[in-house]
Design a protein around this ligand. Structure first.
Ligand SMILES: [Zn+2]
Ligand SMILES: [Zn+2]
Length: 177
C-alpha cells in the first residue's frame, strides 16, 4: 500500500514506540458518498483531525470528520445543504493477528507501516448522511394542488394542506387573526 492516498498515514513511529501518540490532520476527496437523498460531493473536501495511539491490540484512532453535504429537500424538492461533524473512536488491528480474533466490522485492518482511514471514513459518513433532508426546519413544501413552492408565499388556490402538521399550524394562524 502506498502513501499516495489522502487518508493514509505512515505509522512507523507508533509501531516502534509502544504507548506513543501521533496527531494527524488529513484532508481529501472521495467518490460514492451518497445515500437516498443526500451526498458528500466528489469535489467536497473532507477533513479528518485526530490522534492515533499505539494501544494493546492495535492502533486506536480518535478523530473528528467534517464535510459539507448537499441533498434534495423532502418537502419542497429544493436544495438542502449542511455539514457533518462526526466524532469517532475506532480500533485498527494488524491484519495478521486481528483476522481471527474479531468478527469483521468491529475493527479495521491495517498492515505494514501504513494506516488507511478511507474505509472507516466512508462507513461513518454513510451512516450520518441524512436520508430525508430538509432545506430548513420550517420548510413549507409544495402545494399539493398547484405545485407552487409555498416558501415563496401562499398560492391562492385555496386547497387544504395535506400534511397534518401544517393543518395544526393553520389553526394557530387563524387564531391570531
Ligand atoms: Zn424545502
Ligand atoms: Zn396551490
Amino acid at each position: 500500500m502506498s502513501l499516495k492516498h489522502p487518508f493514509a498515514m505512515g505509522i512507523t513511529r507508533l509501531r516502534k514506540e509502544p504507548a506513543s501518540v501521533l496527531g494527524f490532520e488529513l484532508s481529501g476527496r472521495m467518490d460514492d458518498l451518497r445515500v437516498a437523498s443526500s451526498c458528500v460531493g466528489d469535489d467536497e473536501l473532507i477533513d479528518v483531525v485526530g490522534i492515533a495511539e499505539s494501544v494493546h491490540g492495535g492502533i486506536l484512532i480518535t478523530a473528528t470528520i467534517s464535510a459539507g453535504w448537499k441533498g434534495e429537500c423532502r418537502r419542497c424538492l429544493g436544495v438542502a445543504v449542511g455539514r457533518l461533524e462526526i466524532s469517532l473512536r475506532e480500533l485498527f488491528e494488524r491484519e495478521e493477528t486481528g483476522a481471527q480474533r474479531f468478527a469483521e466490522g468491529d475493527t479495521y485492518p491495517y498492515s505494514g507501516d501504513v494506516l488507511d482511514l478511507q474505509e472507516m471514513i466512508k462507513d461513518q459518513v454513510l451512516l450520518e448522511l441524512p436520508l430525508a433532508p430538509l432545506c430548513k426546519g420550517d420548510c413549507k413544501g409544495l402545494c399539493a394542488t398547484c405545485g407552487k413552492d409555498l416558501n415563496l408565499g401562499p398560492c391562492g388556490c385555496g386547497s387544504t394542506p395535506v400534511d397534518l402538521g401544517w393543518s395544526a399550524l393553520d389553526a394557530l394562524v387563524d387564531k391570531d387573526r
